[in-house]
Write a protein that binds this ligand. Structure first.
Ligand SMILES: CC(C)(COP(=O)(O)OP(=O)(O)OC[C@H]1O[C@@H](n2cnc3c(N)ncnc32)[C@H](O)[C@@H]1OP(=O)(O)O)[C@@H](O)C(=O)NCCC(=O)NCCS
Length: 201
């Protein structure tokens, strides 16, 4: 048993069981606090039922502010501690993010379809290491596709190796209902190579 609740700034004192994972980056304290301050409705934790340890979390945002035509939901971090994997928690988090990033008609839960707390963006995206096959497989199952490969996206990050697949990141996307003609996704994204500067431009 576990509880899904909003991510709190003090969760950084309780999430070591999650961040002890080599696929999970740990940022400075202010990074997490800025998400709680700016996008509290897009950040959630899973807490075990019998103590206050954090077992999983998702941190996300929406940017750039509407009516910018690139307005999208962005998954910044998603991590489930090993004993809590395979229970569907990542699927639930992603469905929550999709509902909140859409007009309310995508994702989950179905009883909250009115969309008053939703941002109605064009798509949801995320970056994932090219060698994180488990996560890439999962995102593909959930309907995400590669939009572009960002060369050296993870270069310089602590704990990252030196092979091309360790250094590069995939930018994966899923259209939300507002992208009616699918113009924010593409079929041949693995062949589209870009630099990090192009992503941040
Ligand atoms: C990747 C990760 C988030 C998956 O979390 P999870 O809670 O175990 O995933 P779920 O149980 O919700 O599974 C969701 C879907 O992905 C699939 N999936 C999960 N792990 C998978 C794997 N190893 N290989 C293939 N598919 C997998 C599940 O089968 C499920 O699909 P289904 O419902 O059709 O069966 C988790 O392994 C993790 O935290 N890894 C370390 C951090 C990380 O890599 N985060 C992503 C960085 S972008």
């Amino acid at each position: 048993m576990s509880l899904i609740r909003p991510f709190e700034a003090t969760d950084i004192l309780r999430f070591h069981a999650v961040n002890a994972d080599p696929w999970t980056a740990t940022y400075h304290n202010g990074y997490y606090a800025s998400y709680v301050a700016q996008w509290p409705s897009l950040c959630y934790s899973v807490q075990g039922a019998y103590d206050d340890e954090v077992r999983a979390y998702m941190i996300a945002k929406d940017e750039p502010a509407p009516p910018d035509p690139q307005h999208h939901g962005h998954l910044t971090a998603l991590s489930i501690s090993p004993p809590y994997r395979g229970l569907g928690l990542a699927r639930v988090f992603m469905a929550m993010l999709e509902r909140l990033s859409s007009d309310g008609s995508a994702g989950w839960p179905p009883q909250a379809r009115d969309g008053t707390d939703c941002v109605d963006a064009y798509f949801v995206d995320l970056f994932v290491r090219c060698n994180n096959h488990r996560a890439i497989d999962m995102y593909e199952k959930l309907g995400y596709s590669v939009y572009r490969r960002v060369v050296d996206y993870y270069n310089g990050m602590e704990g990252v190796g030196s092979t091309r697949d360790e250094l590069d990141g995939l930018d994966m996307r899923k259209s939300m209902p507002k992208d009616v003609d699918g113009s924010y996704v593409r079929a041949n994204g693995r062949e589209v190579l870009v630099s990090p500067e192009e992503v941040w431009a």
